[in-house]
Design a protein around this ligand. Structure first.
Ligand code: MTE
Length: 334
């Protein structure tokens, strides 16, 4: 069984064991930079930020009792790849509601109040309802999955997410014929989220999927990772994980799931339409206007000097999801 119920199961060193090693590795990177003389301002500040994220103290939130961990039968869900460490997954994050640095969410997201929590499911469906988190967790047969996670800035992780296919919820609420898209709206609370006082994005953070994408079994409504409830910085208490798309398609701390007949206006598409399209499928052949998307850096693999690996089409899930985009020009629909 993959779901671990202990706080520090096999492969889970105590935070006290991890931190000094991580700090050390961060320092080693910096020293190598100095030695090779490539410590340009931009690279050095990147390395310092990375080291800061690594050094953050991780507080583990405890076991995920509700999802007991029945193994998933969804093709493509299980991976043989080496998992990214819990420390890296929880200290190197994007969650702009808590700041724009990778280390900010781990430092600041402790203010997020995740209980009580509810998610409103509404729009073009027969059975609109507000689900408490507890009801949402119990809604489906229990499953566990492992997924790759690839961010648009060129870093990737392998994360044992825990949840169930969003399609399970979608079937329960009975979409009407006109429902063509699903919009995901996340929490916007200036009292607990210091980042939403800035205008870096138009809050709340909104994402969306086409209905067939949302129904794909790999689109996961996610409540935990490594068998434990999601830490706040990873999108507690419930988030989306869409593993064949760039990370920003996976909204964190969801409060509303809305079914629509028009394509949702998503946060990043609104902020920079030429850089971030609605589809955002991981695609090594279509570059971001400011950088190549052909390779990626696996977090935890040797820091700055790790060999970059080739990015796979649809993040490696082409056999599972390729047919969703048959006949589409993926340069136009990026
Ligand atoms: N969801 C919200 N609400 N706010 C955000 O800033 N960032 C996105 C996505 N979901 C973001 C969000 C981006 S850019 C990425 S890469 C992933 O979350 C990062 O998820 P992780 O920190 O768990 O790796």
């Amino acid at each position: 069984m993959l779901i671990r119920t202990g706080k520090n199961g096999p492969g889970h060193p105590l935070p006290s064991e991890i931190t000094p090693r991580a700090v050390l590795e961060g320092r080693r990177d910096l020293m190598k930079l100095m030695a090779t003389g490539v410590a340009g301002a931009a690279v050095a500040s990147w390395a310092v930020r990375d080291a800061r994220a690594q050094a953050a103290q991780v507080i583990r939130p405890g076991k995920l009792a509700a999802l007991a961990g029945v193994r998933s039968n969804v093709p493509g869900a299980i991976t043989m790849e080496k998992l990214t460490s819990y420390q890296d997954i929880t200290t190197y994050n994007n969650f702009y509601e808590f700041g724009t640095e990778k280390s900010d969410p781990a430092e600041n997201a402790h203010t997020l109040k995740t209980s009580p929590w509810s998610v409103s499911v509404e729009g073009l469906i027969k059975k609109p309802a507000r689900y408490t988190l507890e009801d949402l967790v119990k809604l489906s047969a229990q499953e566990d999955r492992i997924y790759r996670h690839r961010c648009v800035e060129g870093w990737s992780m392998v994360i044992p997410w825990v949840g169930y296919s969003l399609g399970e919820l979608i079937k329960k609420v009975e979409p009407l014929g006109g429902a063509k898209y699903v919009e995901f709206v996340t929490l916007d609370d200036p009292k607990t989220m210091p980042g939403v006082r800035s205008d870096v994005l138009d809050w709340p953070y909104v994402e969306g999927l086409r209905m067939d994408e949302a129904m794909h079994p790999l689109a996961l409504l996610t409540f935990g990772l490594y068998g434990e409830v999601l830490p706040n910085q990873d999108g507690a208490p419930v988030r989306m994980v869409v593993p064949w798309k760039y990370g920003f398609k996976s909204g964190k701390s969801l409060v509303k799931i809305r079914f629509t007949d028009t394509q949702p206006v998503t946060s990043w598409n609104k902020a920079a339409p030429h850089e971030y399209g609605f589809y955002s499928n991981v695609n090594p052949n279509v570059d971001h206007p400011r950088w190549s998307q052909a390779t990626e850096r696996r977090i935890g693999e040797g820091g700055l000097f790790a060999k970059r690996r080739k990015t796979l089409m649809f993040n490696g899930y082409e056999p599972e999801v390729g047919q969703l985009y048959a006949g589409m020009d993926l340069r136009k629909y990026f």
